[in-house]
Design a binder for this molecule. Structure first.
Ligand code: SAM
Length: 473
């Protein structure tokens, strides 16, 4: 695309420090520019790009001092070229533009190289060098420590995904590296595990070892509990094992999954795993969210393939990105063409909520009630298709009633989605219900300020959450 020369409102332009290569703005230089403006001197246009995520705004690539002077002189508009940078790092582009008029200092050059590498570790030293006017060797020396840390972090991700039984070609795709690189990392895995295990053997606790080695805690649990019996795992994790059909736990276990409101207690997942799978089994978690299921699978030594539309390659590399589009074809999902079929599916969809109608095209909680149930029908059929005869499905959901500000006897039942609606859909999709397990939400969210008016107005809230266990018919 051709870059455009336009007039832009000075107030719509921003100095984004994350792509600014200098340490400071030179105020003397700005004052000289202000004088020049008063003498009606015409500056070269500044260069900007559209500010990612901020509609109608621009960030400066070149000309921070000219822009500051215009602002100070009270100019409304400034001449600017709107650049489209295709596959070019904006910080490095800004650094390259800064080389001409006033050289970057040595500290600024080094910092720019390090910031660019941190933002994109795939940049080579010569690519960085070309932008900041330094040799490849100099850039190597600037970033040697970062590169070493980066390799270690990559090794840890490979280890993590491998522990969950994700095949090598998918690990390579997810981490955007060659499959050969994955194989060479896998050879180093016994060494990585040895260092962690020897600290555990010395009596350090799992959190201490996790902190020392920079490992996620569930990954350390996977080492600490390796080859132990399931009951021993429960004991060592300090979880009570409840051999009946009400699994009530007041709080999510902070060691497993991301901190989110209403985080699923890892104990619920561990109970499903305990009763309906065995070590080494493959679990499929199609909407993995905060990752409680893959984390718990690590501690319980189950393999786990998980997906979510929310892509977090740095913090949750094990959750592969995938959007379940109501109108889309899912048969081509690469994960599903794998020879291996899941032994257990654990599906916790987002809760239906009429108050949250929004972009229904993406998150299914934004669908209308009819479409939401249509999605479930399509999804259960699909899960059946990718299952084997013995596969179990653990379906976790919360009842929905539109109870807020509404006395119980005036609620509109047409707005509600209760357990019977899901059972009806399940019946038509080839699944047979074997267990109904209650695992209520914590009632602690109904604080004293909430309960008093609810009691007074005869409002009946919802804490019902269930795990339905199903097998194919
Ligand atoms: C209730 S959360 C799952 C929580 C998860 N079990 C955990 O441990 O945190 C539901 C997840 O479904 C995902 N989701 C919703 N609609 C989706 C869609 N159409 N395709 C893929 N993921 C979707 C959301 O991003 C959200 O993370």
């Amino acid at each position: 695309m051709k870059d455009d020369l336009v007039k832009i409102r000075v107030a719509d332009i921003y100095l984004d420090e994350s792509i600014y290569p200098r340490e400071n703005i030179d105020h003397k230089r700005i004052n000289i520019f202000v004088e020049n403006l008063r003498d009606e001197f015409l500056f070269d246009p500044i260069e900007v790009q559209l500010y990612p995520g901020k509609k109608g705004r621009y960030r400066i690539l070149d000309g921070a001092h000219r822009w500051s002077a215009c602002k100070k002189a009270g100019q409304i508009e400034i001449n600017a070229i709107v650049k489209t940078l295709y596959k070019i790092d904006p910080l490095l582009y800004a650094a390259k533009m800064a080389i001409g008029p006033r050289q970057l200092t040595e500290v600024e050059t080094k910092n720019t190289a390090r910031r660019a590498f941190n933002a994109n570790p795939k940049l080579t030293s010569s690519e960085i060098g070309k932008s900041i006017g330094r040799s490849r060797q100099t850039v190597d020396s600037y970033i040697a420590d970062l590169r070493a840390t980066n390799l270690l972090a990559l090794g840890l991700k490979v280890f993590h995904l491998n522990q969950l039984g994700i095949p090598q070609e998918r690990i390579a795709k997810r981490l955007d590296v060659l499959q050969q690189t994955i194989s060479s990392y896998l050879q180093e895995m016994p060494e990585m595990a040895f260092l962690v295990n020897s600290d555990l053997a010395k009596g350090y606790t799992v959190p201490q070892v996790a902190q020392k080695h920079g490992w996620p805690e569930p990954l350390v649990w996977s080492q600490s509990l390796k080859s132990k019996g399931d009951q021993t795992r429960f004991k060592e994790l300090n979880w009570a094992l409840k051999p009946w059909d009400v699994w009530d736990f007041n709080d999510g276990d902070k060691r497993f999954g991301d901190a989110r409101p209403n985080r699923m207690p890892a104990q619920v997942i561990a109970h499903i795993l305990y009763f309906f799978s065995k070590p080494g089994d493959l679990v499929f978690d199609p909407m993995a969210g905060g990752g409680v299921c893959p984390d718990t699978c690590l501690a319980m030594e189950r393999r786990c393939w998980s997906l979510d539309m929310d892509d977090r390659p740095d913090t949750r590399p094990e959750i592969e990105p995938w959007h379940w589009d109501l109108e889309g074809k899912w048969e081509n999902l690469p994960i599903m063409n794998a020879k291996k079929k899941p032994d257990l599916i654990i599906w916790e969809p987002p809760r239906f909520d009429i108050a949250e109608k929004g972009d229904g095209k993406r998150d299914i909680s934004g669908l209308s009630k009819t479409e939401y149930l249509r999605f479930f029908e399509k999804f259960f059929f699909f899960l059946k298709k990718i299952s084997k005869k013995k596969t179990r499905l653990g379906f976790i959901f919360t009842d929905f009633r539109d109870y807020e500000n509404c006395p119980a006897d005036q609620e509109d039942p047409n707005q509600a989605i209760l357990i019977d609606a899901y059972c009806k859909v399940l019946k038509t999709t080839g699944w047979k219900l074997t267990h109904i397990i209650q695992t209520p939400l914590s009632s602690e969210r109904f604080s004293a300020e909430l309960t008093t008016p609810m009691q007074k107005k005869r409002i009946l809230g919802v804490t019902s959450r269930y795990v339905l266990i199903l097998k194919g018919v």
